[in-house]
Design a protein around this ligand. Structure first.
Ligand code: COA
Length: 210
């Protein structure tokens, strides 16, 4: 497989959203389709806007994976957070959607953020959003994206990289890459996509001669 890793470009966005849906099934976990589409868009854009090292993987010109990462030492500022907040306010208040399901989702987001902030009070370098398409998994594409992000952190003197994941999701993948569990935390948000799943925070200590 001929894999090319390059920086994210705006034209890549739709495909990234498609991969997020494929990974977490936003179109199936919400009964209200407008809410599902809104949650998918805001979740994908939140990952993109949180990152300043946003990478995509191409195989024969087709986008097959991406990693949106935040490097605290990189001078590039993440962009688009204000526009995202306005989009969220407009969508949840003015779009026609099931209010009970919407409120359940917003409560899950709020409690997720609160519980996460208790174990992660300071902003760290982080893998914000990371997906490889189902039919391209297991070909080392994820590892190539991760190593490129890790190397950008190493080159700029970052000491640790965090990632929020799920024990029933990619936690064993991160352990294989050398991450260690920091803490579990409760998340009704994870529960939507991974029933009985356990949200957790992992950390990678960046060092030379990896
Ligand atoms: C996690 C993910 C990005 C890895 O991408 P990938 O391209 O399949 O990873 P690689 O091919 O580089 O995997 C390297 C090794 O890890 C293993 N691996 C991949 N995903 C794994 C997972 N979820 N759990 C455990 N091991 C995993 C591979 O089998 C491979 O093992 P091998 O070297 O013995 O063959 C991909 O599985 C994915 O998109 N998962 C769904 C979304 C997700 O959970 N993202 C992370 C959110 S925090």
């Amino acid at each position: 497989m001929d894999i090319n890793i390059r920086n994210f470009e705006q034209a890549d966005y739709e495909r990234c959203e498609e991969l997020v849906n494929e990974a977490w099934q936003f179109d199936k976990i919400f009964a209200d389709k407008t809410l599902g589409k809104t949650a998918l868009r805001l979740y994908t854009k939140a990952g993109l806007c949180s990152g300043n090292v946003n990478l995509v993987a191409l195989c024969n010109g087709r986008l097959v994976g991406f990693l949106f990462g935040f490097n605290t030492a990189d001078k590039t500022m993440p962009r688009g957070k204000i526009k995202l907040a306005l989009d969220a306010i407009f969508s949840f208040n003015f779009k026609k959607m099931d209010k009970i399901e919407r409120n359940k989702f917003l409560t899950a987001v709020t409690s997720h953020n609160k519980n996460r902030a208790e174990i992660e009070p300071n902003k760290s370098s982080e893998i914000c959003l990371f997906v490889v398409s189902q039919d391209s998994r297991g070909y080392n594409i994820g590892t190539k994206l991760w190593e490129k992000f890790r190397d950008s952190c190493l080159a700029t003197g970052v000491k640790r990289i965090r990632v929020e994941t799920n024990l029933h999701g990619a936690s064993s993948y991160y352990e294989r890459q050398g991450f260690m569990l920091v803490s579990n935390f409760d998340s009704a948000l994870h529960g939507l996509a991974t029933p009985k799943g356990q949200a957790c925070m992992y950390e990678y200590i960046v060092k030379n001669g990896i």
